[in-house]
Structures are given as structure tokens and as C-alpha cells.
Write a protein that binds this ligand. Sequence first.
Ligand code: NDP
Length: 457
Amino acid sequence: MSGQTKINNRYLLDVIEKTKEKNCMEPEFIQAMEEVLTSIEPVVAKREDAYKKSGLLERLVEPERIITFRVPWVDDKGEVHVNRGFRVQFNASIGPYKGGLRFHPTVNQSIMKFLAFEQIFKNALTGLPIGGGKGGSDFDPKGKSDNEIMNFCQSFMNELQKHIGQDVDVPAGDIGVGAREIGYLFGQYRKIRGVYEAGVLTGKGLEYGGSLARKEATGYGLIYFMREMLKDHKIDLNGKTAIISGSGNVAIYAAEKAMEYGIKVLAMSDSNGCVYDENGIDINTIKEIKEIQRGRIKEYLNSHENAKYFENGDTIPPLYRIKADIVLPCATQNDINLECAKVIVENGAIAVGEGANMPTTTDGINYFLEHNILFAPAKAANAGGVATSALEMVQNSMRFYWSYEEVNEKLDIIMSKIYARCKAAAYEYGYKDNYLAGANIAAFKKISRAMLAQGII
Ligand code: NDP
């Protein structure tokens, strides 16, 4: 399989070097930027003059706007805390900025920028009219009471509301931001603005403008993409085994859909460790622990005595030492490094599907491609969430809501088309089954056309 190769194009090399220099304190952003720019070389070579003349690549790697702000809030003991809020509005050439909000202590500008940059390409791949953005805060929701979460969300929205709107920028959830947080954020927006602008946030509750199947969409979409990719290689999902990192929104619904297709999910994890159940993970127990109790995955053992728990500690998370046909990283970025990728290949995996954003390091990806692992890249494989968010916006505009079956069917069609786009672009430019290059190229062609058409802005 053709992996990422060394590039020769001077213009591209120049932009990469200057962007690295300018953003030298932002390793995650550099990683995401370099991965995309490296794989679009054959497209750039064809239209170099037009791109150079309009500074297209230089504009592509510079966010249209970054907003950072203070988020003060009061805990249950009356103590004041101050967090930092972000919104990166990267590129709105094909639609309003769209991308989730992440609440996690590791959030910083580099992580926000890499996520927003990836989002531009992901959103273009969906075929829907949405640009790329991302936001969040270094706030840690773990261990906070409902009241503290509400206080934080309200303070966060006091500032964010100045910069968003249904035709401007439409945030959604991500790590640490689920239905509860979106509810508090939406309530505060409505109170401050005095309008019922349902399309300003997605991932809303069903009672106030949410879409059926949005909660399930990222995880389900990942499995639809895997089904298409494996079908193309004459491999059936039924009877395969899988391991899934994470046990949040994406991981849970990827597991649920995988099981529907006859895959046995052997293990899932959280940031402390992983549970292994040789009979197949009981997803209802995981849902109960994570969605309702907000507990730790270790608690799975309370009701499943035969399962095993492995605590993190080693440089390779114990989850990735478990043998499985399909590996689905659905937790966070850079979860699978080269060392970890080697273990996965040695264990005989046939496919890796990225549910999380950038969960594999660049050398990890190259190792997978060199060893003929079928690799489903995040910006294509996890696009089902944002695609369904765009469907939520459509329904909000129509003031009419589709059934669960209708949304799920649209999601399935969108994911199948995304796979087809990645494959077609990869083959057209000689990358064969390198769907990462295919995804980058297909998305870049659309975004670059829109940017060129709109002039130097
Ligand atoms: P959740 O907050 O629902 O779940 C995150 C999961 O990942 C939890 O199990 C969490 O464990 C684990 N995790 C977080 N950080 C780490 C870490 N440093 N090491 C190990 N495990 C970690 O988030 P989502 O499921 O929504 O998001 C997961 C990934 O999917 C992210 O990369 C996100 O950007 C991406 N994504 C999400 C979409 C969505 O629709 N929600 C759409 C597209 C991509 P713990 O509970 O211990 O923190």
C-alpha cells in the first residue's frame, strides 16, 4: 500500500517549513498540517501557479480567527476558579464554522488548532455546506457536581455567544461535552440573546431541537465506513473481533453497531485502564457506568466477575496488547504511536478505524500502511457525527424532524459516499488503498476551489 512519501515540491516544502517555524510551540497542529500538506503534493503540482498566485496554502494553514477568553466560575464551596476558553474559526469557505467543544485539562491552542484544521477537511468530505472550527476549555469536568458544570457552561457561553450563530459558527460536543453540557450552553445562549435560535448548537436534546440518531452518529458512522472499506476487500465484519479505546460517546456507539454486524468486542478502555471480556463486552453495562453513573470502567468487574481489568502504566496501553482483527481507537489524539502500531501489526490485526481525532501518530500510520493494514483515517471515518449535526441544522431550519430510521439511513448513505470519495481520489492520484491520502486530496480539492472562487480574503 502506498504510504506518505517524501515530498519534492518547493512551494509545498516552503509553506510547511514556514508554518512549522511560525507555530513551533504547537506540535499537534504541526502534525495535522504536515500530514495533510504532504499528501496533497500531486494536486498542488498540477495547479501550483494558481495556488501560489493567490497564496492559497499560506491562507489554508492560518485560521481566519482565534478567540481566547477568560471563564470565571464558582464551585460548590464558593471558591472562584478561572479557566481559559477557546474558539478557533479556521475556515468558512464552504459554510459556517462547525466543530465541537472540548472540555479537558489538556486543552490548549495547539490542540484546538489541530482539531479545527482537521475539521475543515472532514466537513468538506461530508458533502454538506459546513466550514471548520473547534473550541473548548482546559476545564476538567471530572468529579464536578451538576451545579458546577452548569455554572461553568453558563460562564463559558457568556463570552462565546458573541462569536457564534446559526449562520456564523455552530458548535457541538466533543470530549467532556455531551447532552448535559449542550443543554446548559443552549439555555444560556437563549437567555442572553432572547431568541430561540435552535440551529446555533447541535447535539441538543430531542425535546428542544435535537436530531434523532445524532448521539449514535459518530460511532455508527465509523462502522458503516469500516463495512464499506472491508467489503471492498472482500472481508465480512461478521465473526471478527475488535478492541476499542475509550468508553465515551464515540466508543460506546461504535461498539453497539459493531456488535449488530456480528463483531465480538473484546475490550474497551478509559484513561485509567481497560476491561477485557472474552465473552464479548456487555455494552449495556458500559452505558450504565459511563452515561448514567459517570463512573470508571473498572466498575465493569462488579457485575462481570470473569472479565479482567488492566491498569495503564506501560508505554503501550494494555488495550493494544489484546489480539483482535479490528482496532478502533475512539478516545483521544496520539493514542497509538509507532511502538504501539508494531504490537497491533504483530498481533495480526487486519484493519484500524479511527473514531477519535488523530489517534495515530504519523509514524504509526506509515507503519500500518507499509504493513497493508486497511486504515480508515479519522477525518473520513468519524465524519458521521458532524454530518448528522449538519442534518440537525437542516431539521432546525425546516422546523420539522425526521424519524430515527430516516436520519440513520441518510448517515449510512453519507458514510458510504465518503468512503467512495476517499477511494476515488486515492486511486486517481496513485495512492491505491491509502484512504488517508484520498481523504486529504478529495477534501482539499473542494476547499481550494471554494477559496479560489472567493478571492484573496
Ligand atoms: P467522551 O468525552 O464521550 O469520551 C472520551 C473517552 O476517551 C473517555 O472514555 C475518556 O476516558 C477517554 N479519554 C479521554 N482522554 C484520554 C486520554 N488522555 N487517555 C485515554 N483515554 C482518554 O468523548 P467522545 O467520545 O465524544 O470523543 C472521543 C474522540 O472522538 C475525541 O478524539 C473526539 O474529538 C472524537 N470525535 C467525537 C465526535 C463526537 O460526535 N462526539 C465526532 C468526531 C470525533 P475518561 O472517562 O477516563 O476521561
